[in-house]
Design a protein around this ligand. Structure first.
Ligand code: ME8
Length: 501
């Protein structure tokens, strides 16, 4: 087990509209990955936060007649409330208006300028305020005179003095790095796109804006502010203590994983590693680009206006059910259609029926046959023990690789096997026949309850705490074949009551 703290990040979200289930998806995924590493005994640090500078945010605040700082303060407060509501336990919450962050950005800017990686020039050309992205005239023409990414109206930046980052000189080094670190770009579909675009050649990147006042002033030239993406990407360093707390930094860096949506993968897989190379810092272990939740085939997004908030979903379902649904419904990396009906179906098919029933039936039988305790004697069933060992191996492998879907599939195979075990062993017959095998069966089933509760806890921390209370157990990394002979099983209210359609 490595000594280094497991450091995982989400994107920092724009402070210009309420967060929705798409944002919750990335944040919950990072929280689940972190909770899994903590369960295995590692030190962990999960970072999320807010992206608070730039023209888009300035325009939104101005349109509402609110000072930009008041505007972003409001969204940062709302985000913190949302993450607490979603049972996300973040260790860091970075805001790009934090003074420590601003100092990191200024320092990085100074260093890169001093070594010639940032140089003086001029910029003119198309810019998308919604994506905060510079495009070439040809890209905009090819997209039908609109933003090639979001399809919105393009702004023309008139010729202005600007500073550029020498991105073009890092193409070869990036390709070498991708080759030498095949786990860096994930999933594979995203890797191919990144390698293609770097192979086609990189242009230097404009990293300042002259007519945007809501940003970090360029050191030594207050007429310009630093481009919002250059500012935002540095959150991963500033929140890790670079350069003001190098003790913390050495514990956290390099990050184990940046989780991002696929539309911002290029920024994280090309621009960000090139910035780190320029700073002569180690690169993160992995950049994972996940897919989108869609509604009627459209990406759920603030700009499309089809957003669903976690609060709306959780009028009907516990936040842990939404967490579970996020990672059970679609493989991490692909797109998926969101609907309340699908959550209801998943809830019934995975939680209320197999898992809820496994708990209920085991608790009822322990009460009836053993006075509410795990049998004092008996031995763990060999076949289920073997199944638990296989599940642990497969679950761990998938979780370490952020294949949440594969991990849950493995766990549900065990839950199904445990339910089949009840049907095959027929404990009610064993009881009538006064067979000693009854002890083995209920010992084994009790062990399955604790095994499943432990592994599921990163996904559903609150519901699993309820499950643990049913079996008088403290959540920890479960062991195959564990059975706490003679311990009371208090049971409790139905864990996953049926929901109407
Ligand atoms: O891009 N499905 O912020 P943002 C899945 N500030 N995930 C979704 C989603 C959907 N429909 N919609 C949004 C920014 N997301 C920048 C990031 S990082 C240095 C700066 C998630 O508020 C997904 O993670 O537009 C996506 O990348 C992110 O929210 C975009 O959030």
């Amino acid at each position: 087990m490595p000594d280094k703290t497991y450091y995982i990040t989400t994107p920092i979200y724009y402070a210009n509209a309420p967060l929705h289930i798409g944002h919750a998806y990335s944040t919950v995924a990072a929280d689940v990955a972190k909770r899994w590493q903590a369960l295995r005994g590692r030190e962990v640090f999960m970072l999320t936060g807010m992206d608070e500078h730039g023209e888009k945010i300035y325009r939104s605040s101005a349109a509402s007649g609110v000072k930009p700082q008041d505007w972003v303060d409001r969204y940062a407060d709302e985000a913190k409330k949302l993450w607490a509501f979603m049972n996300v336990s973040c260790d860091g919450f970075v805001r790009t208006t934090d003074s420590a962050h601003k100092e990191t950005v200024r320092e990085v800017f100074r260093r890169l300028r001093a070594k010639g990686d940032i140089y003086d020039s001029e910029y003119e050309g198309p810019y998308c305020v919604s994506c905060e992205t510079f495009f070439s005239a040809q890209q905009v023409k090819d997209a039908g005179e609109c933003c090639p990414d979001c399809g919105k109206k393009i702004t023309e930046i008139k010729k202005e003095s600007a500073l550029f980052f020498r991105l073009s000189s890092y193409g070869g080094k990036l390709l070498d790095f991708y080759r030498a670190n095949p786990d860096f770009l994930e999933p594979p579909g995203m890797a191919n796109k990144t390698i293609d675009s770097v192979t086609r050649g990189l242009n230097d990147l404009c990293v300042t804006r002259e007519r945007v006042s809501w940003g970090i002033p360029v050191p030594g030239d207050a007429s310009k502010t630093i481009y919002v993406w250059f500012d935002a990407l540095l959150n991963y360093l500033s929140a890790a203590g670079f350069p003001h707390d190098m003790g913390l930094f050495h514990k956290l860096w390099p990050a184990d994983c940046h989780i991002v949506g696929k539309e911002i993968y290029y920024f994280h897989s090309v621009i960000w590693p090139a910035m780190l190379m320029a700073l002569e810092l180690p690169l993160p272990e992995k950049v994972y680009g996940h897919g989108w939740w869609t509604l009627k085939d459209d990406k759920i997004s603030k700009s499309t206006g089809n957003i669903v908030t976690p609060y709306e979903v959780c009028e009907k379902f516990h936040p842990d059910i939404l967490r579970f649904f996020f990672l059970r419904e679609m493989p991490f990396g692909t797109d998926g259609a969101f609907s309340m009906e699908r959550i209801g179906e998943r809830y019934t098919a995975d939680l209320a029926n197999p898992l809820g029933n496994l708990f209920k039936r085991t608790e009822v039988m322990l009460e009836k046959y053993f006075g509410g305790k795990i049998p004092e004697s008996g031995s763990f069933d060999e076949a289920i023990l073997q199944k638990q060992k296989e599940t642990l191996e497969s679950f761990s492998r998938h979780m370490d690789a952020l294949r949440f879907h594969g991990a849950l599939n493995a766990l549900w195979e065990l839950i199904d096997a445990a339910n089949r075990f009840i049907e095959e062993q027929k404990p009610w017959v064993l009881y009538k026949e006064k067979s000693p095998k009854l002890n083995d069966v209920l010992l084994t089933l009790s062990g399955c309850l604790e095994f499943v509760t432990g592994l599921l806890s990163p996904f559903m921390p609150v519901k699993c705490a309820e499950m643990a209370a049913h079996i008088d157990w403290k959540i920890q990394m479960p062991e195959a074949g564990s059975a706490r002979k003679g311990r009371p099983i208090p049971g409790g209210a139905i864990l996953f009551p049926a929901v109407e359609k």
